[in-house]
Design a protein around this ligand. Structure first.
Ligand SMILES: [Zn+2]
Length: 157
């Protein structure tokens, strides 16, 4: 057994030998993946907010709102971004200054439904594509068969 270290993400102890090391800190593999993904999602959300409100950095109010949404509403960072995209891109509502991203709780559930539905449609389109490609592979042996026959005919002459 190796040295016991504390995972900075879940704050539980683990064996150093089983951990993922990143900048001298030791994570559970799963915790590391989640942490990396959240960092990525946070970056994407901030970038989206900045482009939406034409800011270089989100305001203190916005950062506070994000924190509240995560802690009080248990919203995911990607969910917050999708809620904003849904409101401004799908519903084509204009950006209003002064409210920060206060709209999020009002559209979060609708946005979730909207993107789930979209995902389902995309999945069924994918299914169709697989069916099509299957029918192509079914046809190719027939083609080979015919070619083989031709070759035999030529050989027997
Ligand atoms: Zn952990």
């Amino acid at each position: 057994m190796g040295r016991q270290v504390k995972c900075p993400y879940c704050e539980l102890k683990l064996d150093k030998d089983d951990s993922v090391e990143y900048k001298k800190r030791y994570y559970h593999e799963e915790c590391f993946e989640t942490w990396r993904m959240e960092a990525e999602h946070r970056k994407e959300l901030i970038e989206y907010i900045c482009s939406l409100y034409k800011l270089d950095a989100p305001t203190g109010m916005m950062l506070k709102q994000i924190k509240e949404f995560q802690e009080d509403y248990k919203y995911k960072l990607k969910g917050i971004e999708l809620a904003l995209r849904y409101f401004h891109e799908t519903l084509e509502k204009p950006v209003q200054s002064g409210t920060g991203i206060g709209i999020v709780p009002f559209v979060y559930e609708d946005a979730k439904k909207h993107f789930m539905m979209k995902l389902k449609v995309e999945e069924s389109v994918e299914d169709l594509k697989t069916v099509e490609s299957k029918s192509v592979t079914v046809q190719s042996p027939q083609f080979n068969y015919e070619r083989k026959l031709q070759q035999i005919d030529i050989g027997s002459l």
